[in-house]
Ligand binder design. Structure first.
Ligand SMILES: [Ca+2]
Ligand SMILES: [Ca+2]
Length: 202
Protein backbone atom coordinates (compact mmCIF):
# COMPACT_ATOMS: atom_id res chain seq x y z
CA UNK A 1 0.00 0.00 0.00
CA UNK A 2 2.78 2.48 -0.80
CA UNK A 3 2.15 5.63 1.10
CA UNK A 4 4.03 8.49 -0.49
CA UNK A 5 3.22 11.12 2.09
CA UNK A 6 5.74 11.17 4.88
CA UNK A 7 3.41 13.21 7.09
CA UNK A 8 0.80 10.44 7.16
CA UNK A 9 0.93 7.64 9.63
CA UNK A 10 1.42 4.24 8.01
CA UNK A 11 -1.58 1.94 8.05
CA UNK A 12 0.41 -0.82 9.74
CA UNK A 13 1.48 1.34 12.68
CA UNK A 14 -2.00 2.80 12.97
CA UNK A 15 -3.66 -0.62 13.14
CA UNK A 16 -1.05 -1.83 15.59
CA UNK A 17 -1.61 1.14 17.90
CA UNK A 18 -5.38 0.87 17.70
CA UNK A 19 -5.09 -2.76 18.75
CA UNK A 20 -2.69 -2.17 21.62
CA UNK A 21 -4.06 1.04 23.10
CA UNK A 22 -7.49 2.51 23.70
CA UNK A 23 -6.91 5.38 21.33
CA UNK A 24 -9.06 5.96 18.26
CA UNK A 25 -7.79 6.44 14.74
CA UNK A 26 -8.76 10.11 14.90
CA UNK A 27 -6.86 10.71 18.14
CA UNK A 28 -3.81 8.92 16.83
CA UNK A 29 -3.75 10.93 13.61
CA UNK A 30 -4.15 14.22 15.46
CA UNK A 31 -1.34 13.30 17.87
CA UNK A 32 0.85 12.28 15.01
CA UNK A 33 0.53 15.74 13.47
CA UNK A 34 1.43 17.48 16.73
CA UNK A 35 4.23 14.96 17.34
CA UNK A 36 5.72 15.90 13.97
CA UNK A 37 5.47 19.57 14.82
CA UNK A 38 7.44 19.03 18.04
CA UNK A 39 9.81 16.52 16.48
CA UNK A 40 10.10 17.12 12.74
CA UNK A 41 12.50 14.20 12.48
CA UNK A 42 9.76 11.88 13.77
CA UNK A 43 11.99 10.78 16.64
CA UNK A 44 12.59 11.91 20.21
CA UNK A 45 16.24 11.79 21.23
CA UNK A 46 17.43 10.86 24.70
CA UNK A 47 18.50 14.48 25.28
CA UNK A 48 15.07 15.82 24.36
CA UNK A 49 13.49 13.30 26.69
CA UNK A 50 15.81 14.31 29.54
CA UNK A 51 14.92 17.95 28.93
CA UNK A 52 11.22 17.20 29.24
CA UNK A 53 11.88 15.60 32.63
CA UNK A 54 14.17 18.43 33.66
CA UNK A 55 11.39 20.93 32.99
CA UNK A 56 9.12 19.03 35.39
CA UNK A 57 11.76 19.01 38.14
CA UNK A 58 13.57 22.32 38.13
CA UNK A 59 15.03 21.75 41.61
CA UNK A 60 15.78 18.05 41.44
CA UNK A 61 17.97 15.82 39.33
CA UNK A 62 15.73 13.59 37.23
CA UNK A 63 18.35 12.88 34.56
CA UNK A 64 19.27 9.34 35.60
CA UNK A 65 15.67 8.35 36.08
CA UNK A 66 14.74 9.87 32.71
CA UNK A 67 17.48 7.78 31.07
CA UNK A 68 16.10 4.59 32.57
CA UNK A 69 12.56 5.46 31.55
CA UNK A 70 13.79 6.26 28.06
CA UNK A 71 15.51 2.87 27.84
CA UNK A 72 12.34 1.07 28.94
CA UNK A 73 10.28 2.82 26.23
CA UNK A 74 12.87 2.40 23.49
CA UNK A 75 11.73 -1.13 22.79
CA UNK A 76 13.71 -1.58 19.58
CA UNK A 77 16.83 -0.20 21.27
CA UNK A 78 17.79 2.23 18.51
CA UNK A 79 18.43 5.13 20.91
CA UNK A 80 15.38 7.18 19.88
CA UNK A 81 11.65 7.07 20.54
CA UNK A 82 9.54 6.93 17.42
CA UNK A 83 5.84 7.74 17.34
CA UNK A 84 4.80 4.17 18.07
CA UNK A 85 7.07 3.89 21.13
CA UNK A 86 5.92 7.32 22.28
CA UNK A 87 2.22 6.39 22.05
CA UNK A 88 2.76 3.07 23.82
CA UNK A 89 4.57 5.00 26.57
CA UNK A 90 1.68 7.41 26.85
CA UNK A 91 -0.80 4.57 26.96
CA UNK A 92 1.15 2.64 29.61
CA UNK A 93 1.62 5.57 31.93
CA UNK A 94 -1.95 6.83 31.69
CA UNK A 95 -4.57 4.24 30.80
CA UNK A 96 -2.67 0.95 30.66
CA UNK A 97 -3.96 -2.13 32.49
CA UNK A 98 -2.25 -3.03 35.75
CA UNK A 99 -0.45 -6.01 34.22
CA UNK A 100 0.81 -3.87 31.36
CA UNK A 101 2.10 -1.31 33.83
CA UNK A 102 3.83 -4.00 35.86
CA UNK A 103 5.44 -5.49 32.77
CA UNK A 104 6.74 -2.05 31.98
CA UNK A 105 7.97 -1.59 35.56
CA UNK A 106 9.82 -4.89 35.19
CA UNK A 107 11.51 -3.62 32.02
CA UNK A 108 12.45 -0.43 33.88
CA UNK A 109 14.10 -2.38 36.72
CA UNK A 110 15.76 -4.92 34.43
CA UNK A 111 18.52 -2.44 33.66
CA UNK A 112 20.67 -4.76 31.52
CA UNK A 113 17.63 -6.31 29.83
CA UNK A 114 18.65 -9.92 30.51
CA UNK A 115 15.18 -10.97 31.66
CA UNK A 116 15.82 -11.04 35.43
CA UNK A 117 16.26 -8.39 38.09
CA UNK A 118 19.07 -8.53 40.64
CA UNK A 119 19.44 -6.47 43.78
CA UNK A 120 21.97 -4.13 42.18
CA UNK A 121 19.45 -3.20 39.51
CA UNK A 122 16.82 -2.43 42.14
CA UNK A 123 19.33 -0.20 43.91
CA UNK A 124 20.15 1.57 40.66
CA UNK A 125 16.53 2.51 39.94
CA UNK A 126 15.70 3.35 43.55
CA UNK A 127 18.75 5.63 43.64
CA UNK A 128 17.52 7.38 40.49
CA UNK A 129 14.09 7.83 42.08
CA UNK A 130 15.68 9.27 45.22
CA UNK A 131 17.39 11.96 43.17
CA UNK A 132 13.95 13.26 42.30
CA UNK A 133 12.78 13.49 45.91
CA UNK A 134 13.67 16.80 47.53
CA UNK A 135 15.73 16.66 50.76
CA UNK A 136 12.71 17.97 52.69
CA UNK A 137 10.53 15.17 51.42
CA UNK A 138 13.28 12.64 52.09
CA UNK A 139 13.28 13.74 55.73
CA UNK A 140 9.66 12.67 55.97
CA UNK A 141 10.29 9.12 54.78
CA UNK A 142 10.00 6.28 57.33
CA UNK A 143 13.32 5.52 59.00
CA UNK A 144 13.67 2.07 57.41
CA UNK A 145 13.30 3.39 53.87
CA UNK A 146 14.91 6.82 53.94
CA UNK A 147 17.99 5.91 51.88
CA UNK A 148 18.18 4.05 48.54
CA UNK A 149 20.06 1.21 50.28
CA UNK A 150 17.50 0.76 53.05
CA UNK A 151 14.63 0.96 50.62
CA UNK A 152 16.26 -1.61 48.35
CA UNK A 153 16.82 -3.96 51.31
CA UNK A 154 13.18 -3.64 52.23
CA UNK A 155 11.98 -4.38 48.70
CA UNK A 156 14.33 -7.34 48.40
CA UNK A 157 13.11 -8.79 51.70
CA UNK A 158 9.48 -8.37 50.66
CA UNK A 159 10.24 -10.50 47.63
CA UNK A 160 11.80 -13.08 49.96
CA UNK A 161 15.12 -12.90 48.14
CA UNK A 162 18.68 -13.45 49.36
CA UNK A 163 21.49 -11.08 48.45
CA UNK A 164 22.54 -12.80 45.20
CA UNK A 165 19.13 -14.10 44.12
CA UNK A 166 17.37 -12.95 40.99
CA UNK A 167 13.76 -12.05 40.31
CA UNK A 168 11.90 -13.31 37.26
CA UNK A 169 9.17 -11.25 35.64
CA UNK A 170 6.53 -13.64 36.98
CA UNK A 171 7.83 -13.33 40.57
CA UNK A 172 8.05 -9.57 40.22
CA UNK A 173 4.45 -9.20 39.06
CA UNK A 174 3.11 -11.74 41.52
CA UNK A 175 4.98 -10.16 44.45
CA UNK A 176 3.64 -6.72 43.69
CA UNK A 177 0.12 -7.97 43.09
CA UNK A 178 0.11 -9.74 46.45
CA UNK A 179 1.80 -7.01 48.46
CA UNK A 180 0.79 -3.40 47.93
CA UNK A 181 3.71 -2.27 50.07
CA UNK A 182 6.10 -3.41 47.35
CA UNK A 183 4.15 -1.42 44.81
CA UNK A 184 4.55 1.68 46.91
CA UNK A 185 8.28 1.09 47.34
CA UNK A 186 9.14 0.36 43.73
CA UNK A 187 6.93 3.09 42.44
CA UNK A 188 8.22 4.27 39.14
CA UNK A 189 6.33 7.56 39.41
CA UNK A 190 6.37 8.67 43.03
CA UNK A 191 3.18 10.43 44.06
CA UNK A 192 4.96 13.77 44.11
CA UNK A 193 5.96 13.30 40.50
CA UNK A 194 2.40 12.72 39.46
CA UNK A 195 1.22 15.81 41.31
CA UNK A 196 3.83 17.96 39.63
CA UNK A 197 3.03 16.68 36.19
CA UNK A 198 -0.62 17.38 36.87
CA UNK A 199 0.13 20.93 38.04
CA UNK A 200 2.24 21.51 34.99
CA UNK A 201 -0.53 20.42 32.68
CA UNK A 202 -2.97 23.01 34.03
CA1 LIG B 1 13.31 3.22 19.36
CA1 LIG C 1 18.80 -7.77 34.65
Amino acid sequence: MGNGKSSALSRGILEDLKLNTKYSEEELCTWYQSFLKECPSGRISKEQFENIYASFFPDADPKTYAQHVFRSFDTNGDGTLDFKEYIIALHLTSSGKTTEKLEWAFALYDVDGNGTINKKEVLEIVTAIFKMISPDDQDELPEDEDTPEKRTDKIWQFFGKKENDKLSEGEFIQGITENKEILRLIQYEPQKVKERIKEKKH
